[in-house]
Design a protein around this ligand. Structure first.
Ligand code: 2IT
Length: 448
């Protein structure tokens, strides 16, 4: 490993030992870009790597809201403007109990390279709050979102920082957040948020984009192996918006998702989650925050089991779509033992670094999340374009652009890996391709 890269990793590990997710993502990205630093010794002089791992700024603020009984509650909100070298900060908001600085920083760091990979001019950002949306009424969600935006609105804007959804933040929450932004600023700046409703500047295909994009990327991986998605069985973790998009596009292309999971259990539906009725039912489960999937199993006559499905053999492809660090070394061993060839990450950083190494050493074909899930933020950038041009593209137009984007991400990752003699390494390729553009932009803009 390049000496400067090693130094920066070691110092991040020591300095941020209390931020394990962040350190993990720094190790993952910097571990891949060593050959680029060998080729660019000038980056050391301007300390480019210590600069790139440090967020440009990170806001942390109090969010107070009142529940339906009139009781006040206090949460912590965050917005991390990680890197603005190639465009306005862009990235989602996550509302989840476990949100902390480490999680927001890892997501912002990943987002920086993912956004670069889309080929569009968007910098990296991420935010959220340690607020648990489970069981909250609409009125409570609205009050929380209004309070969150009241703290944040002065730091964002269509050319400054453009938040979107992530776990716990869907179309409904984006509506409340946008309403409050408009109310406070008194301007029509709908380019300030993406994932909006269609009646006020949302883009067609945005809800589906992450899942559709993941399947378009998977198509390229399969094509490289002389294979197609037709007849393939897929196991996904999660049953949210992203998993739903994967199910829908897979079924349109002749594949099927036969396993899906929640935090507590999983279902096995041999027929596949392929009909409109089933797909809509999944959306509805999520909307109702229903994590017990027995309801689905009973309705559609299939099995529901407690625990996790890692190790099932009757699928061709695993696609984790739930959250970070779902697959550690134990799960990786089960995947290898099951003989499943394709492991396509979809959620952000679903795999520990140790598990990635194990899967790779055992010949599993791995696709990295920052490439695979980039279609979501990519279509967010298309939503920003439509907003600034004050027009609306058709479903076909957005979908075509999404497909091109995913093919380009796959190809540029492949080329980046080949340029440095790394062979068919989609992980290193994505990190290198994403890094190069951000690094070049930072270098050319001077030292700060
Ligand atoms: O992780 C992600 O890329 C997102 N949550 C979407 C971000 C966005 O700005 O659309």
């Amino acid at each position: 490993m390049n000496e400067y890269v090693q130094e920066v990793i070691d110092s991040a590990r020591a300095k941020y030992s209390n931020q394990p997710e962040f350190v993990q993502s720094v190790q993952e990205v910097l571990g891949s870009i060593s050959p680029v630093i060998d080729a660019h010794p000038e980056y050391r002089k301007v300390d480019l790597l210590n600069r790139i791992i440090e967020p440009e700024r990170l806001f942390k603020f109090r969010v107070v809201w009142t529940d339906d009984n009139g009781q006040a509650h206090t949460n912590v909100g965050y917005r991390c403007q990680f890197n603005g070298a190639i465009g306005p900060y862009k990235g989602g908001l996550r509302f989840q109990k476990n949100v902390n600085e480490s999680i927001i920083k890892f997501l912002g760091f990943e987002q920086t390279f993912k956004n670069s990979l889309t080929g569009l001019p968007i910098g990296g950002g991420k935010g959220g709050a340690d607020f648990d949306p489970t069981g909250k009424s609409d009125a409570e969600m609205m009050r929380f979102c209004q309070s969150y935006m009241t703290a944040l609105y002065r730091y964002i804007g269509p050319d400054i920082d453009v938040p979107a959804g992530d776990m716990g933040v869907g179309g409904k929450e984006i509506g409340y957040l946008f309403g409050q932004y408009r109310r406070l600023k008194g301007v029509w700046e709908n380019g300030v948020l993406t994932g909006k409703g269609l009646s006020y500047g949302g883009s067609l295909i945005r809800p589906e984009a992450t899942g559709y994009g993941a399947i378009y990327y998977l198509n390229e991986v399969l094509r490289q192996q002389g294979d197609t998605i037709r007849g393939k069985k897929i196991a996904v973790t999660g049953f949210g918006n992203v998993a739903w998009g994967v199910m829908k596009k897979a079924s349109q292309l002749g594949g099927k998702v036969t396993y899906m999971s929640s935090p507590t259990c999983y279902i096995h539906d041999e027929e596949g989650i392929v009909t409109d009725e089933k797909l809509n039912y999944v959306l509805d489960l999520r909307r109702r925050n229903q994590i017990d999937l027995t309801e689905y199993a009973e309705k559609f006559g299939c099995e529901c089991h407690q625990g996790k499905f890692w190790g099932v053999k009757d699928v061709d492809i695993y696609m984790p779509c739930a959250t970070q660090n779902e697959v550690g070394i134990e799960e990786a061993k089960k995947i290898v033992e099951a003989g499943v060839r394709y492991y396509i990450e979809v959620s952000n950083m679903p795999t520990t670094n140790e598990a990635i190494d194990y899967l790779r050493q055992n010949g599993v074909i791995i696709a990295p999340s920052k490439a695979v899930n980039a279609g979501g933020v990519g279509v967010s950038a298309l939503e920003m374009s439509q907003n600034s041009e004050r027009l609306v593209w058709t479903e076909d137009e957005v979908d075509q652009r999404l497909q091109h984007m995913m093919v380009n991400i796959y190809r540029s990752s492949l080329e980046a890996a080949q340029e440095y003699g790394l062979g068919y390494d989609l992980i290193a390729g994505a990190n290198i391709a994403g890094f190069k553009k951000v690094a070049t932009a930072m270098y050319e803009q001077g030292i700060f």
